[in-house]
Design a protein around this ligand. Structure first.
Ligand code: AKG
Ligand code: MN
Length: 206
């Protein structure tokens, strides 16, 4: 019997293969240019100081950071260099504008880099004061297994793959859904020469 694909939860929008390879390369070049000025850093958990397995940086007027003493927060400067974050690449601003005509522009672009053994635990994006605006994400490099549930931690979840060039958004009823990345599939894409996965998320914070 053919397997019927399960529809995504209400408000989860997924555009598989949104960016063709050339556009992925252009976006990667923009991200690399930003990372040259705002290097990836290793975030740590509030209180325990345990390092996350992803490395991250940000673009925009506000960037999401976390460390042992300060916890989860947005701030205008890079926690290691002390410099303001670089601007959000034009292509990503355009993407947001094209998809979300009526929304104010994003203030934060969080850049996550996953090595092939990294993951991200189930969480809500809840440090934004503005929880009405969507969270928009673009995936580059190796595929991952993305998990999404409901607004309660114990709600049932479903999982699907995000591939290089995919765009996804958590909107409306899914804006506060618990989500995470269970695994990266090594050797599934050659955009990143040394493997791994890059994900950028655009957010409105205030
Ligand atoms: O890497 C992803 O696809 C998700 C990233 C994420 O949930 C986050 O940065 O809050
Ligand atoms: Mn998230």
């Amino acid at each position: 019997m053919a397997r019927i694909p399960k529809p995504l939860p209400d408000g989860v929008l997924h555009w598989p293969g949104f960016y063709p390879r050339e556009a992925q390369e252009a976006l990667l070049a923009d991200i690399r240019a930003g990372v040259a000025n705002a290097p990836l850093f290793t975030p740590t958990m509030p209180r325990t100081g345990k390092p996350l397995s992803v490395r991250m940086t940000n673009f925009g007027t506000l960037g999401w950071v976390t460390d042992k003493d300060g916890g989860y927060r947005y701030q205008p400067r890079h926690p290691v260099t002390g410099e303001f974050w670089p601007p959000i690449p034009d292509e990503l601003l355009r993407l947001w504008r094209d998809l979300f005509l009526d929304e104010q522009p994003p203030q934060a672009c969080l850049v996550n880099f996953y090595t092939d053994d990294a993951k991200m635990g189930l969480h809500q994006d809840s440090d934004e004061t503005n929880r009405a605006a969507p969270v928009l994400s673009v995936s580059l490099g190796n595929a991952c297994l993305f998990r999404i549930g409901g607004n309660l931690r114990n709600d049932p979840t479903q999982s699907f793959r995000l591939e290089s060039g995919d765009v996804m958004a958590l909107t409306g009823p899914a804006r506060d859904a618990f989500h995470g990345v269970d695994r990266i599939y090594a050797d599934t894409n050659d955009l990143l020469k040394d493997g791994g996965r890059l994900n950028v998320t655009l957010r409105r914070v205030t």
